[in-house]
Design a protein. Sequence first.
Lengths: 82, 140
Amino acid sequence: MLSRTELLQDVMMFDFAVTDATLFLDTHPHDKNAFEYYKEACQRLQKAKQLYTEHFGPLNNRTIPNDCYDYVNAPWPWEVCK
Amino acid sequence: MWLYEKRLQFPVNITKPDAKAAGVIISQLGGPDGEMGAALRYLSQRYTMPWPEIKALLTDIGTEELAHVEIISAILYQLTDGLTIDDIKNSGFDKYFVDHTIGIYPQAASGVPFSASTLQSTGDPIADLSEDMAADGAIA
């Protein structure tokens, strides 16, 4: 099982790929290759987010799979994890 | 409409407080060429762009700049965590501390509070895109 840091790093990494792809697609919306890359990156991001959320809690206040509102729980992104 | 994701776009892990560095880095948050200005510039200009591709681009870049505001704020928060009174007095950070303690307040390193007077949104796409290039440093 990967650590919280490693799973979060996967989310950051795949999201960055998606972000970059969206900025290109915004001005080249009909580029088929770029769109394929974007879809692939989104799939990987989806899986990474799901895995992180399952083990370490919600990443936003719209996807809270557990039966309590643990969105408010520590750590918040600017806090150093000791 | 914005959804917030409870993570930083890029990790920040500072273990050694540094008030002097914070006093300079704060310009990247609330200074004339900082992330807050960048976010507001793009998010304000997008409404009057004549082409949907540019509306999309400015929206997405502006959103990313908000994520950068968060990164810089996290850096400042960690740089000022655990400062001693001597650290504060000897670093020049005392001038900020007296009004904000270790709260995050958007200002330039000079002490000038963040202002929209450092950005422009004209409604003319050429002028606006020129403004964006000047702000982002593409024109040296």
